[in-house]
Design a protein around this ligand. Structure first.
Ligand code: GAR
Length: 209
């Protein structure tokens, strides 16, 4: 049997993707998987509330509380080690992970993005900004992408994508709603591929800084 995934979810927003992952675990669509902690850079993130409601350790860790980025990274890594995290899921985390964390969890970090990458990604591309740009460019289809994370925003090998056609009267809000439904379906599916051992090759050494 493949190793159990012990996931840290990083989120800055309302946490609907976190909830979709927790639902998939509860309904046993995802087995051999646990969300062992949730980390947010926003104190009032809905994701932290969802974590607490589900008795999952929830951490607010903001760069603004540290004098330098090394100490900020160390605080995050300390939490990851404390919970024996071997996989990271970014679910609306609006901060770039440091190269140190990306390297430590190489090929074990997923991100979800509400567009068909490589289009409409990058810094500042989140929430309604993405859907506005898609509509303004006259795109006929959009969708959601799950990808492995490297050291750039919304960048790295694509794991899963699904798409929908835009309606002629599509608004950023209506598109966001449709694409979130796709996200909630494909994120657990993408994680399942890793649980089944289809992507993981290396072991994490958890006490290594
Ligand atoms: C999701 O739509 C996710 O794709 C997006 O943030 C939202 C978080 O929603 N991420 C990005 O735009 C990354 N560039 P949630 O807090 O309800 O899960």
């Amino acid at each position: 049997m493949a190793e159990e995934l012990k996931i840290a979810v990083f989120a800055s927003g309302k946490g609907s993707n976190l909830k979709a992952i927790l639902d998939a675990i509860k309904e046993r669509r995802l087995i051999n998987t646990a969300v062992v902690c949730v980390i947010s850079n926003k104190k009032d993130a809905g994701a932290l509330e969802i974590a607490k409601y589900n008795n999952i350790p929830a951490y607010y860790i903001s760069q603004s509380n540290y004098s330098n980025s090394d100490d900020f990274d160390a605080a995050i890594i300390e939490v990851l080690i404390r919970h024996s995290v071997n996989f990271i899921v970014l679910a609306g985390y609006l901060k770039l992970l440091s190269p140190r964390i990306v390297r430590k969890y190489k090929d074990r970090i997923l991100n979800i993005h509400p567009a068909l990458l490589p289009k409409f990604g990058g810094k500042g591309m989140y929430g309604l900004n993405v859907h506005r740009a898609v509509i303004e460019c006259g795109e006929k289809i959009s969708g959601a992408t799950v990808h492995l994370v490297d050291e750039e925003y919304d960048h790295g090998p694509i794991v899963l994508q699904d798409s929908i056609e835009l309606d002629p009267d599509e608004t950023p809000e209506s598109l966001q709603k449709k694409i979130q439904e796709i996200e909630h379906r494909i994120y657990p599916e993408a994680i399942k591929l890793f649980v089944e051992g289809k992507f993981i090759e290396k072991e994490i050494i958890n006490n290594e800084y």
